[in-house]
Structures are given as structure tokens and as C-alpha cells.
Design a protein around this ligand. Structure first.
Ligand code: ZN
Length: 159
């Protein structure tokens, strides 16, 4: 089988979107554990993706609501870079991936699920994970698995 099917993402596509912007609202709620917020910087925060392409899939997001990359300030870019770098080292220590995809989908046409508030994806990759995914094709990513991943990563982040 040569296609990648992350079919649990259909849950994401099919669910009713919550009102407002989750990237604006979640950090304000101060329920970081419930919202799977891993870390907070001065300008950006780090949050686990609820519908990950792979375990450990996280996003670095500016607090400021914008979808225009070139509007980011030097401080925002610097914080995003610092948190991305830290995320890579934490994921490496906890999950030993073989590689990473790091980047942004800007605009719906580019595949952005939430296109009104930009965010940088960090997706750990393992050799053969594309081939392996169909095995899980009718498996949802259960909250318990997400929660366990969150605890491990958060523990390592705070060392
Ligand atoms: Zn927002």
C-alpha cells in the first residue's frame, strides 16, 4: 500500500469546529494540561496536535492572532525558532525519531486546517511510518495515548 492514510484525521475534518480561535482561546484558559499546552514562551506557545499525523506531532504558535507570516515581529520569529529548536531536542530524547517534518501550511489551499492563525508543525518521522500507518487506519488516536505522550514530553521539557 503506497498511500498515506491518517484516517483519524477525518474526525478532525468532520467535527464541528468550536466557536472562536482555539489558538487564541486555549492559552487564555490556563488549563495547559487539559489543552495539551507543553510550553509557553514570551511570544509563542507549544501545543500537541489533537489529531496528529504521528505521535509527538506538536505546533509552535504565536499568541497573536495572525495568518500573515511576514507580519511576525523579530521577537515572535525568535521565540518561534527557540521553541522549535527546544521541541526538536525534547522529541529526540523522548521518542528517538529518525527525522522530522517542520513547517507551515499557509492558507486553506496549502492544507491549513486552521488557516486564520498561523502555526508551525513539528512532526517526528520514523523510517517506514508511512507504510505502517494503514495498520491503524480505523484506529482513533485515543485521548489516553495523547495524554501519555503529553506527560512524557512535558516531563522532559521541564528538565
Ligand atoms: Zn487566533
Amino acid at each position: 500500500m503506497s498511500h498515506i492514510f491518517a484516517t483519524w484525521r477525518m474526525d478532525y475534518i468532520n467535527i464541528e469546529k468550536p466557536a472562536g480561535c482555539i489558538f487564541c482561546n486555549f492559552p487564555k484558559e490556563n488549563k495547559d494540561d487539559e489543552r495539551y499546552i507543553l510550553a509557553r514562551g514570551d511570544e509563542c506557545f507549544v501545543i500537541l496536535n489533537l489529531y496528529p499525523y504521528n505521535p509527538g506531532h506538536m505546533m509552535v504558535v504565536p499568541y497573536r492572532h495572525t495568518n500573515i507570516y511576514e507580519s511576525l515581529s523579530g521577537a515572535e520569529i525568535s521565540d518561534m525558532t527557540r521553541l522549535t529548536s527546544r521541541a526538536l531536542s525534547v522529541i529526540k530524547r523522548v521518542m528517538s525519531p529518525d527525522g522530522f517534518n517542520v513547517g507551515m501550511n499557509l492558507g486553506k489551499a496549502a492544507g491549513a486546517g486552521i488557516d486564520e492563525h498561523l502555526h508551525q508543525h513539528i512532526v517526528p518521522r520514523w523510517v517506514g511510518d508511512c507504510n505502517f500507518m494503514p495498520v491503524f487506519s480505523d484506529t482513533r488516536v485515543v485521548p489516553e495515548a495523547l495524554s501519555a505522550t503529553y506527560k512524557k514530553l512535558k516531563g522532559e521539557w521541564n528538565i
